[in-house]
Design a protein around this ligand. Structure first.
Ligand code: GDP
Length: 148
């Protein structure tokens, strides 16, 4: 089992798509382990996207990600890191495969709906970045046995 970090970005919240996106993960058989709606401080977004700091579009990302709340989720399941990335689709929605979340819901790379960790190492770092120790727990779902 793996756990990965997903952010439903501000456009998802503003467009009322939280439920539609979460359904994709639940329908696939993945488990929402932890979840919260949070307004991100600039410092967290700067840390999260530090590898993009020298890009011309970075100020736009900062403004977008701090402009209204995001949903932070930990998603657990078999190969959940790869599975969630596949469900998410390519960074640029115009290059994402039809049926992926970004193809189905997003039109631009600036507002591409969702973030998902891209490796085990990143997931471990990002889960710590967005969830405090007291928010981390595990619970059993009856479906865990059915889909595993
Ligand atoms: P991801 O893992 O698919 O989200 O892609 P990256 O980690 O490479 O980039 C992080 C985020 O920065 C993306 O989700 C986009 O919102 C944004 N981004 C990346 N590349 C570009 C770009 O060329 N132009 C713009 N405007 N935004 C970008």
């Amino acid at each position: 089992m793996q756990t990965t970090l997903v952010l439903l970005k501000p456009d998802t919240v503003q467009r009322g798509l939280i439920g539609a996106i979460i359904s994709r993960f639940e329908n696939k058989g993945l488990k929402i382990s932890w979840m919260k709606l949070v307004q991100l401080p600039k410092s967290i977004v700067e840390e999260h996207y530090d590898f993009l700091a020298d890009k011309p579009f970075f100020p736009g990302i900062l403004a977008y990600m701090t402009g209204s709340p995001v949903v932070a989720m930990a998603i657990t399941g078999k190969d959940s890191i790869k599975t969630v990335r596949m469900l998410t689709g390519a960074t640029n929605p115009t290059e994402a495969l039809p049926g992926s979340i970004r193809w189905d819901f997003a039109l631009s790379i600036d507002a591409n709906i969702i973030h998902a960790s891209d490796s085990e190492e990143t997931a471990a770092k990002e889960l710590k970045r967005f969830f405090s120790e007291w928010e981390i727990y595990s619970y059993e779902k009856i479906s865990d046995k059915v889909v595993a």
